[in-house]
Write a protein that binds this ligand. Structure first.
Ligand SMILES: [Zn+2]
Length: 110
């Protein structure tokens, strides 16, 4: 089907699955706790993996509450995305986004 598990992250523990773009519904990456899906086109853009691993860390450090709170609490969602984009921009060799694009995305969070 084209799904490919190519990476296991140890810290935080996560299974990373690269997915064909047509199955990602417009998302670059998506995280369900320790399971991360990344658009296959961004396999070599480490910024997206770093972004989603940040969400996995948020999941672990809240003992899973992140998975619920993220969807019901806008302030929490903004703080989570700010941390994830911060890591994406500053820790990745290839962030995949510019600072300006990040600012636009953070401003569009509802
Ligand atoms: Zn995010």
């Amino acid at each position: 089907m084209g799904l490919e598990i190519v990476k296991l992250s140890v810290r935080p523990f996560a299974v990373v699955i690269y997915v064909p773009a047509k199955l990602m519904l417009g998302w670059s990456g998506y995280c369900f706790g320790p399971v991360i899906f990344i658009d296959d086109r961004y396999r070599h853009v480490d910024g997206w993996l770093i972004h989603e691993l940040t969400h996995t860390s948020q999941f672990y450090r809240t003992w899973g509450a992140h998975a619920i709170r993220y969807y019901i609490d806008k302030k929490y969602r903004i703080s989570c995305e700010t941390e994830a984009y911060y890591n994406q921009l500053l820790r990745a060799k290839k962030p995949g986004l510019t600072r300006h694009q990040v600012e636009n995305r953070l401003n569009r969070i509802k």
